[in-house]
Ligand binder design. Structure first.
Ligand code: R5P
Length: 329
């Protein structure tokens, strides 16, 4: 891999992860500056040449969602106009992913709209992480890699805890495939929480499919937003006799006062551990004895290396993670 052929940049919501990836690859992070004008307009300027280079640009389209998205689009445009050879957009957290279908008449499919923006701005490839729904891959008319960072958190989780009676739990029907993959790879039983949303941001859980009594439960999901889903599921698991309740979620949005609520659950002994990734830049601020932040930097560094060698991602990146997990069982 010739370092001079590629360059990594990190936008406002992903400067730390981009720097960490550059450090792992032993390259200098590219310099760019984002300026915000008094009226709210954004200008992004790349301070070094990208001509003929493979560019990897990191940005999470998390809070402030629309500014982060606009900053990304403007950057892609600048890179295209500066003759970058390829523009590989790495989005650790893809905002608007939950608007992936019309659940009622006259609703938008914003995840598709955003995909169109990214393509038309000039991206040549998109790299997503633990995406909310796999069909989002098809929203892009350019190559997409959807990476599975859950394995990184799983690895940390199994390193720190030894459970005899582990049970993987999906907090809703939408997450069953994700939870089942993990349960299968660990040879652990699976349970599913019957969740309904009577209104936006309201959660109702009524039943659990599967046996959780005296089990060390691991609730797995793609994201925690307000925390309503995980807190309702944890409460029900406790009522049904779970021995311990642990949570694993790639994207820790922690909107409103979610972090205070989780810290209270931990203090009251209702939740034992929470594993999150650093896909959201603020994740490190939430770190505590029981809130573990797992870095995706090594994973991304390996991805960039494998991609630059034109090798298979599934064989070299996931394959290695699953082998490691199986060795721990
Ligand atoms: C829903 O389908 C998602 O996977 C999450 O379960 C949901 O977005 C979490 O939101 P909250 O934390 O606000 O319940």
């Amino acid at each position: 891999m010739k370092n001079s052929d590629f360059i990594i940049f990190g936008l406002t919501n992903a400067t730390k992860i981009a720097q960490d990836v550059a450090n792992k690859l032993k390259v200098k992070l590219g310099k760019c500056t984002t300026t915000k004008f008094a009226d709210g307009e954004i200008l992004v300027k790349f301070n070094e040449t990208v001509r003929g280079k493979d560019v990897y640009i990191f940005q999470s389209t998390s809070k402030p969602v629309n500014d982060s998205l606009m900053e990304l689009l403007i950057s892609i445009d600048a890179l295209k106009r500066a003759s970058a050879k390829t523009i590989n957009v790495i989005i650790p957290y893809y905002g608007y992913a939950r608007q992936d279908r019309k659940s009622q008449g006259r609703e938008p499919i914003t995840a598709k709209l955003v995909a169109n923006f990214i393509k038309y701005a000039g991206a040549t490839k998109v790299v997503l992480m633990d995406i909310h729904a796999d069909q989002i891959q098809g929203f892009f008319d350019i190559p997409v890699d959807t990476l599975k960072g859950t394995w990184i958190m799983m690895d940390e989780f199994l390193k720190t805890h030894k459970f005899k009676d582990l049970c993987i739990v999906s907090p809703d029907y939408g997450g069953v495939k994700r939870a089942r993959n993990i349960a299968n790879s660990l040879n652990a039983p699976l349970a599913i929480v019957d969740k309904r949303r009577p209104a936006p941001n309201q959660v109702e859980v009524s039943n659990i499919l599967g046996d959780v009594k005296d089990k060390d439960c691991l609730l797995v999901d793609d994201m925690i937003d307000t925390g309503g889903t995980m807190m309702a599921a944890s409460k029900l698991l406790k009522e049904r006799g779970a021995k311990s309740i642990n949570i694993m979620c790639t994207h820790a949005l922690f909107s409103n006062n979610a972090i205070e609520k989780f810290n209270k659950c931990i203090k009251d002994g209702n939740i034992s551990n929470i594993y999150i990734s650093d896909s959201i830049q603020a994740s490190y601020e939430y770190r505590s004895k029981n809130i573990h932040v797992c870095s995706l930097a090594q994973f991304y560094a390996e991805f960039i290396k494998i991609q630059s060698e034109n090798k298979s991602i599934s064989e070299n990146l996931y394959g290695k993670q699953i082998e490691k997990l199986n060795a721990k069982k």
